[in-house]
Design a protein around this ligand. Structure first.
Ligand code: AMP
Length: 478
């Protein structure tokens, strides 16, 4: 089936061809005709499946007719984080080339004045994170009564971040006879309830989880001891022996991100880092260095890297096994995108056994165990290293250096109680301010590991690491 069979306009088909897409992905095949027909939709799909275009493309055609009115956006897309919101905006920019649609992006961390100006003129598409939207709504800067199309994207992430009450409230402000599209990687009971309450006779589409069946990603586990310098040694050897052109390396803690990046650079690798302690411009600068090839390795924390869509990432390394299986799915989904192949290595310490079992349960996939490339007590002999494509470094076996033996953070907390909702985006209602004024995560006693993970990247610069939003309010001329 081709894009032309889906009922999209010729202008849109031209933009899709210009974007280099030849064939719709499964979610696009199933979703686009329904959205064009005005049906409500539940899309059970993750990033990496082409789900953004599955709603952006038909929306452009649906909104092609009709006129904007001041303060009354015609459609609303809710995203959990700033970078996801920005990526959706980029999608509108890319596919809307031959249309004349106006758009505004409402995200924390960007000057409110520009956003208000955009809204005052009237927009066809409003892309927002729930916090900033509620903020502006509360100030009377926005009316949602003219909004006939609502997209709730990454609903399970929204749940994770405590946004569901905001979303419920937003839904009640929109006209009842609107069209609603809800996308979520999983359908836990609160999301199901939300869908039952706010969608009308929806069509449900489920596409395979990338991590479950994405044959494009080769997944491997390397058993390592919980010793920082040995883990770094193993990582370096993996970087050397595999065909690593570009890699994202995930760590569970900001301190580990910093230490690891420092160590990699010291060993001649071309690496950069992003984590929640960096201000927005520093994150953007580091990300740009990675995107334009100045460096080929990006060391990242989960929250800072969420939603990153960088083309052609050949490898993902979990320097720390993620504490939660859904993070594993998100992390490895940074590679193997858009039909490309990718490899994901996870360094696993004996303490990570339970986490790995949970990951394998979630994905239904037994991850291949491969021998460590460096000799570890009781482990298999190391295979000879090959030289990597991207890095400049010494190929000799790296001896752990004295100055590298920095103390790592304490072992993973045991408790697995339910997550306390912790918001990650910018604006300022009281609870978030309280959160910001708390001491850094490492200094606080931790009650459960989900909270711990969410807290690690708290801060006013939270989440946004995408491109500079020059698309805050623009009109695409045909
Ligand atoms: P998403 O799931 O929306 O995050 O998209 C994942 C990646 O797939 C993005 O880089 C898109 O640009 C790309 N993509 C979306 N649709 C297609 C398509 N039909 N063919 C090839 N790549 C696509």
């Amino acid at each position: 089936m081709s894009f032309a069979d889906l009922g999209l306009s010729d202008e849109l088909l031209r933009a899709v061809t210009d974007a280099g897409y030849t064939e719709p992905t499964p979610i696009q095949r199933q979703a686009i005709p329904s959205v064009l027909m005005g049906k409500d939709l539940i899309g059970i799909a993750q990033t990496g499946t082409g789900k953004t275009a599955a709603f952006v493309l038909p929306m452009i055609d649906v909104l092609g007719e009709g006129r904007t009115r001041a303060l009354m956006p015609r459609s609303l897309i809710l995203e959990p984080t700033r970078e996801l919101a920005a990526q959706v905006a980029e999608n509108f920019e890319k596919y809307g080339l031959n249309h004349k649609l106006s758009m505004a992006l409402l995200i924390g961390g960007v000057q409110m004045g520009d956003q208000v100006k955009a809204l005052e003129k009237g927009v066809d598409v409003l892309i927002a994170t729930p916090g900033r939207l509620m903020d502006l709504y509360g100030r009377g800067k926005i009316l949602l009564t003219g909004c006939s199309l609502l997209v709730i994207d990454e609903a399970d992430r929204m749940l994770d971040m405590g946004f569901i009450p905001d979303i419920e409230e937003i839904c009640t402000k929109l006209p009842k006879n609107r069209q609603t599209l809800l996308f979520s990687a999983t359908m836990p009971p609160p999301i199901k309830k939300l869908a039952d309450k706010f969608l009308t006779d929806p069509k449900t589409i489920e596409v395979a989880r990338p991590a479950t069946t994405n044959v494009n990603i080769t997944q491997r586990i390397v058993q390592v001891p919980a010793t920082a310098h040995v883990k770094r040694d193993v990582l370096r050897r993996l970087l050397q022996q595999d065909e690593v052109s570009t890699a994202i390396i995930f760590c569970n803690r900001k301190t580990t991100v910093r230490d690891l990046n420092k160590s990699l650079k010291k060993h001649g690798f071309r690496s950069a880092e992003i984590h929640g302690d960096m201000d927005q411009s520093a994150r953007i600068a580091e990300l740009d260095r990675f995107k334009n090839g100045d460096v080929n390795i990006l060391v990242a924390s989960d929250v800072a890297a969420r939603g990153l869509d960088v083309k052609g990432v050949s490898h993902v390394f979990n320097f720390d096994a993620p504490w939660h299986p859904d993070d594993y799915v998100h992390r490895i989904g940074r590679t193997g995108r858009g039909g490309a192949t990718g490899t994901a290595y996870t360094l696993v310490t004996p303490e990570d056994a339970e986490n790995i079992a949970e990951i394998e349960k979630l994905t239904g996939h037994k991850i291949e165990r491969v021998p460590s490339p460096v000799a570890i007590d009781g482990a298999d002999e190391a295979p000879a290293p090959k030289r990597a494509r991207g890095g400049k470094r010494d190929a000799k076996k790296a001896e752990p250096r004295r100055e590298e033996a920095v103390a790592e953070a304490p072992a993973k907390p045991k408790s697995r109680r339910a997550a306390a909702p912790v918001r990650e985006e910018g604006p300022a209602p009281a609870p978030r301010e309280e959160q910001r004024s708390r001491p850094p995560r490492e200094e606080r006693p931790v009650r459960d590991d989900r909270r711990r993970r969410r807290d690690q990247d708290d801060g006013p610069d939270e989440g946004w690491n995408g491109p500079i939003p020059d698309f805050l309010n623009y009109t695409i001329e045909a």
